[in-house]
Write a protein of this length. Structure first.
Length: 445
């Protein structure tokens, strides 16, 4: 296809023009790229393996992948999870295999790798294992949940942090003096005003540079050059969205704020953070799922109705959507904020999980195995099983834990709300079982 006559006049965005070309030009991420740090050593020693970059938008994930490719002299293929499917993956893998036969390595950079489904992610596996490609994935989502376990186990995860205001300020000043930016123009701006732009960017270099570009384009032209004023900056940043990015770190910060406000029984703060998310366009079903988790994790049996209300709020969100479901979520959030608190459910599971992982091979006691065949019954399956409903107390002293865990206690109820009743009930059951066991031992003498 023939280029337009005017194609050469279209200038790349400032963020693209200033994209770092060397490690030294990268701003931030000193925990990974500082002298002696792990990722810098891997790159310098040309020992790069497949890896995942996890971090919020605009922190340099794509840039870092490109710099690695340049330094390691590998072919660099930029692959988008949004526009590519398995057919495209296979074609790229074919090219990488051919290049490997000629001794040339390939770095395949997959932006937004979390958007690939399981089958698409699995398509990379054999080529990563053979070393046909070095896969570098970028994601704003937690890779523990969004990247297949098999693929994740073959990649080193590096967490990239949001840039500090000082990092952003460094970038803005570079843009004003670099020839790739506005170095050829006379631009007058104070550090204070640049600081406002840095704060507005909220750790996102791309947003900072795009904002600066807009400000320069709208700056006041004088005989001495362009003058950037406070009014100029306010005009270009007046439509600042809420400091919330559904695909970035702030997503987790704000949902954490909601969770912790409810846990601290602060309904006003909880509703504020709820509004922050909803007004920023967050999926109400995501919020409802987190609220449902909170109901069991932080309220539990102190108020069993909490889970019912949380699930009902989720269903309401599903039925009617935004904006009408905001009141249902508000009701659930306020109820949970004011409910008595108990984390006994989470404590119980974590204690049991620890033992479960240590005792994976512990056999199920024969008395509670299901003897579904004659042979199974003959070898002891189900022998000694006591059907609780056949007994007056509706409970027996029968052993249900493996031998090595007898006497273990996982559920440790608090005295909050209704859980106080559960605590008394549990203690009564345990006391009855102790006496029953003592009696059975006495009868057996």
């Amino acid at each position: 296809m023939q280029d337009s006559l005017f194609a050469g006049n279209i200038q790349e965005p400032l963020a693209a023009r200033l994209r770092p070309r060397t490690l030294e030009e990268i701003v931030g991420q000193q925990h990974l790229l500082g002298e002696g740090k792990v990722l810098r050593r891997l790159i310098r020693q040309d020992m790069v393996t497949s890896m995942i970059f996890w971090g919020p938008p605009g922190v340099g994930k794509t840039t870092l992948a490109g710099v690695i490719a340049a330094l390691t002299k590998a072919r660099f293929i930029n692959f988008s999870a949004v526009t590519s499917g398995i057919k495209e993956i296979r074609e790229v893998m074919k090219q990488a295999e051919a290049a490997r036969n000629y001794g040339e390595g390939t770095i395949l950079f997959v932006d937004e790798i979390h958007r690939f489904n399981k089958a698409q992610q699995d398509a990379f596996l054999p080529f990563v294992e053979k070393g046909s490609i070095i896969l570098i994935g970028a994601t704003t989502e937690n890779p523990s949940f969004e990247v297949n376990g098999a693929l994740l186990s073959r990649c080193k995860v590096f967490v990239l942090k949001a840039l500090t205001e000082q990092d952003i300020l460094t970038l803005l000043k570079r843009a004003l003096r670099d020839e790739r930016g506005f170095g050829s123009q006379q631009i007058q701006v104070t550090d204070e005003l640049l600081g406002q732009v840095a704060a507005f960017a909220n750790g996102d270099a791309r947003m900072a540079l795009s904002t600066l570009e807009m400000i320069v384009l709208n700056a006041e032209a004088t005989a001495e050059g362009l003058i950037i004023t406070k009014e100029n900056i306010e005009q270009c940043t007046s439509r600042k969205s809420l400091l919330y990015d559904k695909d970035g770190e702030e997503h987790y910060n704000v949902i954490s704020a909601l969770h912790k406000s409810m846990r601290n029984s602060d309904p006003d703060a909880a509703v504020y953070w709820l509004a922050r998310m909803l007004e920023a366009g967050e999926d109400p079903l995501y919020i409802a799922r987190r609220v449902t988790r909170f109901a069991a994790e932080d309220v539990g049996l102190a108020d069993p109705r909490a889970l019912e209300i949380a699930v009902a709020a989720y269903q309401a969100c599903h039925f009617i959507g935004v904006p009408e479901c905001n009141v249902h979520l508000t009701e659930a959030v306020i109820y949970l904020s004011l409910a008595p608190k108990s984390n006994a459910m989470e404590v119980a599971y974590n204690l049991a999980k620890e033992d479960a992982l240590k005792h994976l091979a512990e056999p199920v006691p024969m008395n509670i195995r299901n003897g579904v065949t004659k042979l199974m019954r003959e070898v002891g399956y189900g022998q000694g099983y006591k059907y609780a409903h056949d007994f007056a107390q509706k409970v027996t002293a029968m052993q249900c834990l493996p031998d090595s865990l007898v006497g273990k206690s996982y559920y440790r109820p608090t005295n909050e709300g209704l859980e106080e009743r559960f605590a008394k009930r549990l203690e009564a059951i345990k006391e009855w079982k102790r006496k029953q066991l003592d009696k059975e031992r006495g009868d057996g003498l």
